[in-house]
Design a protein around this ligand. Structure first.
Ligand SMILES: Cc1cc2nc3c(=O)[nH]c(=O)nc-3n(C[C@H](O)[C@H](O)[C@H](O)COP(=O)(O)OP(=O)(O)OC[C@H]3O[C@@H](n4cnc5c(N)ncnc54)[C@H](O)[C@@H]3O)c2cc1C
Length: 334
């Protein structure tokens, strides 16, 4: 099965260069078989692809976890929201990801606790430099919601950014205050038939949380299209994780990478995320049950969707998505 997945993926790769069509060969009947969820791949044969979740260890793990949970009750949660204040977490390990990004692994207060994160949600971090107002910033853990005992954050350092600089200066054994979960877009299986994730830089972490939750749930048949813009190839975070998804679910997950400064041999899109690219790869606005998620630096929001006014006010839709005919309701800004 794995071999089939890989060969189908290899066959599909060259088409990415020509921006494969956003339409599927056969649109799925509601709750229908995954065999019908085939992208239009021209002559490329990927038929017979109903295997996907059987090949996925995370799906099996999820079923096993559910069975265990039924027997022993739900796991304890570190973050419960509501009146719960900030919790101080111990930094266990730091790993360098690239020239400006590190992974931080924080212990949860108890080894048998899960984070308590809902999908989609974030955690708030707080740090106070001496004599200054506290700095509070949201981060989306990249660790699975079922992981016990720790959370992982992938954080990019901004030269004058107070929280990212503080985190990058931290060493194992130090502590940081966290609070949450901070609810974002509540996901339930098959809430939409097809979602698009448009991300820039570290804006990928909420998208990864959503995609991971969808593909680890065998009942969830949602199709996912990712458009991910970065400066250079080494800036593409979580690439291996997304490649794994693309290999395992070639008929339900597609990723398009756009680089501002690509290497010579780059075959993907170049420059910024453009209207032409989005028109080609996103589900069309006339499709009834789609959603387009946007997360990234301020410039990305401005160009793609318009900025969010506040955590509770999504603001008006503008930019490329509006020009392409999407409605405000079809777009969610993280
Ligand atoms: C829901 C949500 C989840 C997030 N998850 C993550 C995550 O997992 N990892 C991570 O590294 N960041 C994440 N962020 C961004 C994070 O909250 C901070 O904005 C970022 O770390 C910069 O904080 P700072 O205090 O260092 O700098 P700030 O003073 O806040 O900003 C420094 C500079 O960076 C720009 N900037 C701010 N945010 C971004 C951004 N997201 N992308 C590009 N430029 C930006 C600002 O315009 C400014 O020029 C998330 C943001 C949101 C809303």
């Amino acid at each position: 099965m794995k071999m089939f997945a890989r060969s189908a993926f290899r066959a599909a790769q060259p088409l990415k260069r020509n921006l494969i069509s956003r339409s599927y060969a056969t649109e799925p009947a509601k709750g229908g078989s995954s065999n019908t969820l085939l992208y239009t791949l021209g002559a490329v044969g990927v038929a017979g692809a109903g295997y996907y979740f059987f090949a996925s260890p995370s799906a099996k793990d999820s079923v096993a976890a559910k069975a265990k949970e039924a027997a022993s009750g739900p796991p304890k949660k570190a973050f419960t929201g509501g009146d719960q204040g900030f919790i101080s977490l111990l930094l266990k390990d730091v790993q360098i990801i690239n020239h400006n990004t590190k992974k931080f692994i924080f212990h949860l207060p108890e080894d048998d606790q899960v984070s308590g994160m809902a999908v989609a949600s974030a955690l708030l971090t707080k740090y106070q430099y001496e004599g200054q107002k506290p700095v509070v910033r949201p981060y989306t853990p990249t660790s699975d919601e079922d992981t016990k005992g720790f959370i992982e954050l992938v954080v990019k350092k901004y030269p004058n950014g107070p929280m990212s600089t503080h985190l990058h200066d931290m060493v194992p054994g130090q502590r940081l205050d966290f609070k949450g979960p901070l609810p974002k877009y509540p996901w339930t299986a098959n809430k939409h038939d097809h979602i698009a994730l448009i991300a820039g830089g570290t804006g990928i972490t909420p998208m990864y949380q959503l995609a991971r939750a969808i593909f680890k749930n065998p009942d969830d048949k949602t199709k996912v299209t990712l458009v991910f813009g970065n400066v250079s190839e080494e800036d593409i975070l979580l690439k291996r994780e997304f490649e794994d998804l693309e290999n395992t679910y070639p008929n339900r997950f597609r990723a398009f990478y756009v680089l501002d400064s690509p290497p010579k041999e780059w075959t993907g899109a170049k420059g910024y995320i453009t209207k032409d690219l989005l028109k080609t790869v996103l589900p069309e606005p006339k499709n009834e049950n789609i959603k387009v998620f946007v997360c990234g630096p301020p410039g990305l929001y401005k160009a793609i969707s318009g900025t969010k006014v506040s955590p509770t006010d999504q603001g008006e839709l503008s930019g490329i998505l509006k020009e392409l005919g999407y409605s405000k309701d079809q777009v969610y800004k993280f």
